[in-house]
Unconditional design. Structure first.
Length: 285
């Protein structure tokens, strides 16, 4: 898989962009060569943040745009205006610090509480289900290691809409539900509003069943802010714990972890089983 795509889809470009922008606020020097470098860092940072599709609220992007334009306008003037230059630098710092406040919680692994019903229900696509019957999938590997009921409802080609049909006969009542769906919606032609509506119905149904819900955040290509925003918004609405997207990418990045750059190999299933065992340890004990 292209390293550049992974850099963007995993959300790393957002943090690198924020870092580059913060560099221009380190000092207020008007030395020409330094101003050129700072301008390049600012523009590069803005581009990296834009392509990251990080679903921070629109007002933050607007605030960052205003702060960036104001900084360039003030520091490109021939006459120095110390008060306004100080204001421009403070504006950049406000954007950087607010980005940390808004986004850092989504970069951390969730802490899970034990559900009332002792069972893990998995709603997933072929990344979990595997491509062939002979595949020993990560849920099967996890089930061999822990004394905890696991119901794997994953199947090949599943999209978010299929999540509702998966749970029709599952008799849900306060279980822990893990969702690994949405990848096929992105690869296919599911419109963003349909994705939003389908995910809303699925999460609402699980919430009404008093389930503890855990979901993998989707690694997104550029220009799919709509999908990212829908997932974050709905997960916040239904108190769904999101697993940062870099952890899912870590299972498919690297030699031998997939059979076709998307579906897990034996090594990939083993790595994901190890990760889920660590993540769910407070619940599984």
């Amino acid at each position: 898989m292209n390293p550049l795509i992974l850099f963007i889809a995993g959300g790393h470009s957002f943090w690198v962009g924020v870092l580059l922008i913060s560099l221009i606020a380190v000092n207020s020097s008007r030395k020409r060569s330094l101003l050129i470098l700072k301008t390049i860092a600012l523009l590069a940072g803005l581009i990296l943040i834009a392509v990251s599709m990080t679903p921070i609220p629109y007002w933050w992007y607007a605030m960052l745009g205003v702060a960036a334009v104001y900084w360039m306008w003030i520091f490109r003037r021939k006459k120095s205006l110390p008060d306004r230059e100080s204001m421009a630098v403070r504006g950049i710092w406000v954007c950087v610090l607010s980005a940390l406040v808004l986004e850092l919680p989504y970069a951390l692994l969730p802490r899970l509480a034990s559900p009332q019903t002792r069972e893990l229900v998995i709603l997933a696509d072929s990344l979990t289900a595997g491509l062939e019957e002979k595949d020993v999938t990560w849920p099967e590997r996890l089930a061999e290691r822990v004394d905890y009921p696991i119901l794997d409802l994953s199947h090949v080609g599943a999209v978010v809409k299929d999540g509702l049909s998966m749970i029709e006969d599952a008799n849900l009542d306060s279980q822990l539900v893990l969702i690994e769906l949405g990848g096929n919606d992105l690869l296919g032609s599911t419109p963003s509003q349909e994705f939003h509506d389908n995910l809303n119905r699925l999460l609402q149904t699980l919430s009404e069943a008093n389930c503890t819900i855990l979901m993998f955040e989707l690694p997104l290509p550029p220009f799919r802010y709509d999908i990212a925003y829908s997932q974050r918004t709905l997960c916040n609405r239904y108190n769904v714990q999101l697993i940062p997207k870099r952890y899912l990418l870590a299972t498919i990045v690297g030699e031998g972890k997939t059979v076709d750059s998307v579906h897990l190999s034996e090594k990939g299933h083993e790595k994901l089983a190890n990760f889920m065992e660590r993540l769910l340890k407070p619940v599984l004990e």
